[in-house]
Design a protein around this ligand. Structure first.
Ligand SMILES: Nc1ncnc2c1ncn2[C@@H]1O[C@H](COP(=O)(O)OP(=O)(O)OP(=O)(O)O)[C@@H](O)[C@H]1O
Length: 238
């Protein structure tokens, strides 16, 4: 689904690399947390999957496509396969919940009939069936993030990328968003989520890829926010 082969990224020649020799394979249907300190390269990795950034060295493959070989004019079409959610929701503030979700489908040329079925369906999935005509400012933060998730998945992309999707939410609202992401993942969507929130990662026990200064220092099939020592089962390292 997603493969990084020895990928490095240096934004400017003087700076240290944001990613440094990263090799990684993410399979269909996986739920993967990207963790690591601020500046460790999580967002850079996500932006590379979207082909918003290109590697300085190495190759990125997404859905069988070698991204380096993808012509720029085909990038918008390629991105239809990728749902994206950010910390700051990025909704269109003058459009209703319904219009925010419908808009993405209009842009890619879906028929009115398709849109009028798909939008109520996905709003129901994210728990916003009764709020279709609200404007974003009439919603709580958690509800706004649900709209953003609805918009990201309405076209049923095989991959959902989430960059700190719970970063602006309180713990109980975050738990609801994580339950929603888990449900979307159970439907077969591959989810890659960058986060700083230890409790969420510890709770979910999914694959954890930890970056440190652009290097993968840990990749566990079912892990916690911090590396666990086998001899100290259950006890976290500081
Ligand atoms: N557009 C850019 N131009 C120059 N340097 C950048 C750019 N984007 C990121 N960097 C640098 O690359 C490194 C990795 O940044 P990145 O945003 O990928 O980290 P992160 O792990 O997502 O951090 P955070 O958790 O704070 O979002 C940092 O040193 C950052 O300053």
């Amino acid at each position: 689904m997603i493969r990084f082969d020895e990928v490095s990224k240096t934004y400017s020649r003087k700076a240290r690399p944001a990613l440094d020799g990263v090799s990684l394979e993410i399979l269909k249907g996986e739920f993967v947390f990207l963790v690591g300190a601020s500046g460790s390269g999580k967002s850079t990795l996500i932006r590379m999957v979207l082909r918003e950034e290109s590697p300085t060295e190495g190759e990125v493959h997404v859905l069988g496509q070698r991204l380096k070989a993808l012509p720029s004019r085909r990038v918008p079409f390629f991105r239809r396969n990728l749902g994206v959610v950010f910390q700051d929701f990025r909704l269109l503030n003058n459009k209703t919940v319904y219009e925010n979700v419908a808009f993405t489908l209009q842009v890619i040329g879906k028929s009115r009939g398709f849109i009028s079925e798909a939008v109520p369906d996905v709003l129901k999935t994210v728990g916003l069936a009764g709020k279709a005509s609200r404007l974003p400012h009439e919603l709580s933060g958690g509800e706004q993030q649900r709209v953003a998730i609805a918009r990201a998945v309405v076209n049923r992309p095989p991959i959902l990328l989430a960059d700190e999707p719970t970063g602006n939410l309180d713990p109980s609202t975050s738990a609801g968003i994580m339950a929603l992401l888990a449900r979307i993942n159970e439907g077969g969507t591959t989810v890659v989520m960058a986060t700083h929130e230890a409790s969420i990662v510890n709770e979910m026990q999914k694959r954890v890829v930890e970056l440190d200064a652009g290097v993968i220092m840990r990749d566990e099939a079912s892990g916690s926010y911090r590396r666990q020592l086998a001899s100290h089962a259950g006890e976290e390292l500081a």
